[in-house]
Design a protein around this ligand. Sequence first.
Ligand code: GLC
Length: 571
Amino acid sequence: MTRSLGDADWWRSAVVYQIYPRSFADADGDGTGDLRGIIQHLPYLAELGVDALWISPWYPSPLLDGGYDVADYRDINPDFGTLDDARELIDSAHRLGIRMLIDLVPNHSSWDHPWFARAVADPAAPERDLYIFRDGRGPDGDEPPSNWPAVFGGSAWRRTTNPDGSPGQWYLHMFDVSQPDWDWSNPAVAEEFDSILRFWFDLGVDGFRIDVADSMAKDLALPDVPIDPRTGEPIVDKFVGSPIWDHTGVDGIHRRWRAVADSYADDPLGARVFVSEAYLTPSERLVRYVEPGRLHTTFNFDALLAEWTAQTQRNVIDATIAAHAKVGAPCTWVLSNHDNQRVATRYGKATTGSSFGPGGVITSDNGQPNMITNDEPTDIALGRRRARAAALLELALPGGAYIYQGDELGLPEVEDLPIEVLQDPIWERSGHTQKGRDGCRVPLPWSGTSAPYGFNSGSEQPWLPQPDDWAEYTVAAQERAPRSHLQLYRAALAERHRNPALGDGDLTWDELDNRDLLSFSRTPGFRCVINFGTESVSLESLSPGATVLLHSGDPDSGVLGADEAVWLSVG
Ligand code: GLC
């Protein structure tokens, strides 16, 4: 099957499927996913109907933060394959009409990057200026240069040892200790990243998801951040004016990258694009990143983190659309990713997300706007029902959408991974108080009735163990079941391609007396209704004479039940 790559504005309405390469499919049987596994399953992705893939980091890496610790930006992790495999994957995806985005990790490298290794080994090495090394405070320099906290817990500074064994300078790592931050005030760093972008653009990638796009520039006078009165610790919030996050300096870096991408405009593939990853709320703050001349789209964490209630969902949709309209950028809609609890599990809990007030997402007690610490009990049937409705909601909204691998199967979070298999650095750095993000990274089930469920055919078990009860979630099982999660996603994406009302554009709310319902229309002739309440509503009373295009519950029921959504064709 060959599909066209579509028009130059494909990214304004693209449905992007996120692949976490370690966990997608393992062709060589060693228990770790690889690029040949992705190549083998491209027909699956084409049949699903996605427009683009975003592949989480595939570079050589010690995988101390799942590949977001890059040791070489111009090669492929040998556990995942080779550069030739990457070329073949890019070309094969393009032949199927699927665009290819990869991850750029510009805030930090791995401590295995040869430049960092040289910088640590020799205080006089020129590579030291590529990273942020500073003397410590206090008489013996044994206090960190500032009180900045690392995202994964503890101080963001680690002290080095000089070649003669004496204590040396400290280096900055905003994430894990194995992820030293680059010094973007050094022009050599900016030049290196221009060259990395060109390397992959020349190989044919269509764009990059920019990891922590709000982090590269910092106030290198290193002012302390305020102390959080709730915890007595330095605050981790991204407050306006933070010396660490969303610093004014990121603007120039984004514009520089945009110029590199735009220089490909006359290339047969067309201009290349960027997706910003930045937890910034409210939307007005976020959309500065997609003003003309900066990045193209932003990953919508307000939507990901929003509670499953009619009011919160409506608020987040309104705020997102209004903010993006002001800068002329398309919205994106997101239910989960590799850093957050899977949506089918989260929506089955008492706390489904964060409420969305005038200031954006209300953060949790520790100031972190994420749900990874939610260990309330789960009603998985409820969560899956809501996840189906949420899929129809997100795919009907104006703009683009993201699907995290496995969400098309309604996979639950694996909440009971044994402590000894945990790999996420959050587990160690939080002092064993947060299990971290491994539960959403368990390898996908493709077929069969027991682990490894077709993830690999060798004798090795997957790098994270799969649950015993995943037989019903496999792709093969869901292909046989007409009303499965997978079939709903396939039908929704097919309708999205067919229906001119869907994708980029706008919506009009249908104001209803029943406050438990959200209903909006898009032209021509399309309506989406979601029932957040507990009572069923007759479809005929909702929209007389309308035809049901898709229903997240039973299409023959004649009603819209609790936590169900419907797509209607209206006259
Ligand atoms: C981003 C990634 C996350 C990673 C972090 C540090 O938030 O999505 O997985 O741990 O950046 O690179």
